[in-house]
Write a protein that binds this ligand. Structure first.
Ligand SMILES: [Zn+2]
Ligand SMILES: [Zn+2]
Length: 189
């Protein structure tokens, strides 16, 4: 996610990092994909109450501490930019079907994003939106084993883990382990 944030998220999702070196806000390349549209999508998602997602950005609360710490989300609009990019991208249709999305217009998609995912992510009940981020970014076949998709989330997870360790040491509280994926440290370092 950190990596996506440095690029145009729409072009990153559609064409890869090599063709995404401009700002998401200024992208004129991807027809129908605008920050206005992705923000509309983000604001329209209604999360199932059981989901442990940050309702502001859609990322799991294990990762986004926006609500807990009353801060701005680290990747405020990034999830929605990716969701919008993946909505009608042929590469992601298989994953969407796997997640139970049965097709339909953007309203149906928005509704699906907020529903509880069939599968937990790192032990937490999350929305389909978060599940989709996890599924595509971490298991992106296009980028292979040591691929960027893995590193994108990996980096974020490792950073959060360090922060969490410090915090736990300071106030002695025992948080849930944020990242179940300690093996990914290797990728990121
Ligand atoms: Zn672009
Ligand atoms: Zn958030």
């Amino acid at each position: 996610m950190n990596e996506v944030q440095r690029y145009c998220g729409f072009c990153w999702a559609r064409y890869g990092p090599g063709q995404a070196e401009h700002s998401t806000n200024q992208c004129t390349r991807t027809e129908g994909l605008t920050v206005e549209a992705s923000e509309g999508l983000r604001e329209g998602v209604r999360y199932d109450r059981r989901c442990r997602d940050c309702w502001k950005c859609g990322v799991s609360q294990q990762i986004c501490k926006g609500i807990e710490r009353e801060q701005t989300c680290q990747w405020t609009g990034v999830a929605a930019v990716l969701w919008l990019s993946w909505f009608d991208l042929s590469d992601t249709q298989g994953v969407l079907a796997e997640g139970g999305y049965q097709g339909g217009n953007i309203a149906a998609y928005r509704k699906w994003l907020g529903l509880r995912a069939r599968q937990k992510v790192q032990g937490a009940v999350v929305s389909n939106g978060m599940w989709l981020l996890w599924r595509v970014l971490l298991q992106d076949e296009r980028v292979g084993d040591q691929g960027e998709g893995r590193a994108v989330v990996g980096m974020a997870v490792v950073e959060e883990e360090r922060e969490e360790e410090n915090e736990a040491a300071r106030d002695g509280c025992d948080h849930l382990p944020v990242a179940a994926v300690s093996d990914r440290r290797i990728d990121a370092n």
